[in-house]
Design a protein. Structure first.
Length: 160
């Protein structure tokens, strides 16, 4: 286990909204894929969620939160937000748009509030695990609390 660190913006937002959460710190010096992190933490990949940023044809930005082992279906994503199409944000633009780095991105505490869509499978979970806003930090909380904090919606956004 890594040593206890300072609170992230994501944690401050949850506390401001009086939302209960747990923090898990783990060793991580560079980007790791979500499945590897789930395995490292001994968690089911279906309860661990990654956060991906896209840009719509209109120029707007959209945030999608999905199980780490799954892949976005961009057509479903566009439908979820009422866009003709959306495409993944280039890695070099993640920080500029979200304020976070690859592997540490969370919908909590981005530079701006963007529309957030969470894969509907989260609805059936008691808890979901999301990035805490930096490498080596994960947050565990109830999916309904997460939706409330990010002003998100549930939708089927993954490839089948």
């Amino acid at each position: 286990m890594a040593k206890k660190e300072a609170k992230t913006n994501a944690m401050r937002i949850l506390e401001k909204n009086k939302i209960s959460y747990d923090v898990v710190y783990y060793e991580c010096d560079e980007f790791k894929d979500g499945v590897s992190i789930a395995e490292q933490l001994g968690e089911d990949p279906e309860s661990c969620f990654k956060t991906l940023a896209t840009q719509g044809k209109s120029g707007g930005y959209y945030i999608y939160v999905l199980p780490v082992a799954e892949e976005l279906d961009l057509k479903k994503c566009a439908k979820a937000v009422g866009e003709k199409s959306v495409e993944m944000l280039h890695v070099k633009d993640i920080n500029k748009v979200t304020g976070y780095i690859r592997g540490g991105t969370t919908a909590l505490g981005m530079k701006k509030m963007y529309p957030v869509v969470v894969h509907e499978s989260a609805r059936n979970l008691k808890k979901m695990i999301v990035s805490g806003g930096k490498l080596g930090v994960q947050l565990t909380l109830a999916p309904d609390d997460y939706i409330k904090a990010v002003k998100g919606t549930f939708f089927d956004i993954i490839k089948t």
